[in-house]
Write a protein that binds this ligand. Sequence first.
Ligand code: NAG
Ligand code: NAG
Ligand code: NAG
Ligand code: NAG
Ligand code: NAG
Ligand code: NAG
Length: 428
Amino acid sequence: MLCWKKKANLFTIFTLTCTLMLVFTCFYWSQQLIHPASLKSILTCRGQFAQDTITPLSDNKTFVITAYFDNRENITRVLSIVQRLEVKHLYCWFCCSLNANVSITVAKIKIGCHRKFPYSVADVLCVEPMNCNPTYVSIHWSPEGDIDQLPTFNIRNRVPKTFSTEFTVCISTMFGNYNNVLQFIQALEMYKLLGAQKVMIYKTNCSQLMEKVLQYYITEGTVEVLLWPINEYLRISPNWHYVNDGKDIGYYAQLATLNDCIYRNMYRSKFVILIDLDEIILPQKHQSWKEMMDELQKQHPDVGMFLFQRFLFPANTLYTMDAFNLSFWTSIPGVNILQYTYRQAQVQAPGKLIVDPRKVIHTSVHKIIKGLGRTQTVSLEMAFIQHCRSVPHSKLQKANLVRDRVLWRYNSSLIKNVNQVIQNVIGN
Ligand SMILES: *[C@@H]1O[C@H](CO)[C@@H](O)[C@H](O)[C@H]1NC(C)=O
Ligand SMILES: *[C@@H]1O[C@H](CO)[C@@H](O)[C@H](O)[C@H]1NC(C)=O
Ligand SMILES: *[C@@H]1O[C@H](CO)[C@@H](O)[C@H](O)[C@H]1NC(C)=O
Ligand SMILES: *[C@@H]1O[C@H](CO)[C@@H](O)[C@H](O)[C@H]1NC(C)=O
Ligand SMILES: *[C@@H]1O[C@H](CO)[C@@H](O)[C@H](O)[C@H]1NC(C)=O
Ligand SMILES: *[C@@H]1O[C@H](CO)[C@@H](O)[C@H](O)[C@H]1NC(C)=O
């Protein structure tokens, strides 16, 4: 996978040699500020404050998500999406809180996983100027220009705080006019039963009924929705791999939202869980995620990233059965996960993650691309992920399925809680 690392070829070796020879000069250059004095007049902090989750820049090839201070590397990390072949130079325009001047530094652009799509998630890394103590930054393709015209980003995470939440679930994207309401409510109630206090959802679009359900959970305080209108800016592909169909970026730019969720929760949440709405991490020895993580951390005190293995529970009518009287639910669109009690015998590679966000520098969906320390794979005796979705019948072989009623352990509280939500949202 081409993530962060470059392929080792002759050109790279040549470049490396040159870099070594020039390292002193280059280092000096990259740390140099481009003095505002070289501009027409001394710039002072103004600009327009960015409000949205996605902010297009004037080159139409760079989209800024959020700026974060990263105290592990002592830099400002601006999470972005860029046209990776065309965006080669970017500048960080810092607004210094000490003297209210603008200081401009050269950005380092770190391209993330792209699977050959023209656009990619990128970390735009900005070394902060000395004697500046910035609270705001703008990103621009030129070291010259009019600060008034540039969108300005608040640099988040400037002050580390002690976290207020134990478990936050990051749902990277909700798209395709999402209407799997019943599975959504069941998943949310399971997350809450297991110990989630917060569920962050990056929403592209969903149905009217789903909007009502989201509003219910926002009011309750469980859900935080971040609007993710990526389809207004780029031609998004529902696929992971580029198939030369004119699409700009893979899978709704999910990697940008996952990384944003990690940084947004850096000082808010002890753990961040990177899963989809059709996945539930089910502890096998413990009642809650907290008890499970306490034991995992005791076993692996140096580890901050844990990979959980997944079993596919096919949501295909062929294998359903009714065990509970859920006639109340039949009017709700979506999958009833209590009905699907067969799973594939083999785990589905790859798994999903629970991480200490302070140990993560850059993440992908199934693995940490850059982090502090190693990732521990969690044994099936400890926990596994129930992944419930429908699959093509051609891919199913009954011989490979085994009965597993793991979710039924939660039947009474789950059914009671789901009923309550349905009653509140739909009324009767
Ligand atoms: C970016 O797009 C806008 C609107 O489509 C256009 O007016 C502008 O000229 C474009 N800028 C560049 C640098 O191509
Ligand atoms: C920064 O602003 C101060 C006044 O606020 C001014 O005296 C100083 O010359 C400015 N520095 C630079 C490098 O422009
Ligand atoms: C962080 O970077 C700033 C600006 O380059 C520098 O002034 C400061 O000393 C650095 N702090 C640490 C802890 O390295
Ligand atoms: C909702 O998102 C999908 C992409 O998942 C898109 O194809 C569709 O046009 C969007 N619908 C609306 C009403 O924006
Ligand atoms: C199932 O529950 C509904 C009320 O939720 C009730 O009206 C119905 O009689 C029950 N059916 C059975 C078979 O118990
Ligand atoms: C439902 O859960 C209860 C415990 O809350 C358990 O005793 C019961 O066996 C479960 N029902 C089924 C059908 O598994």
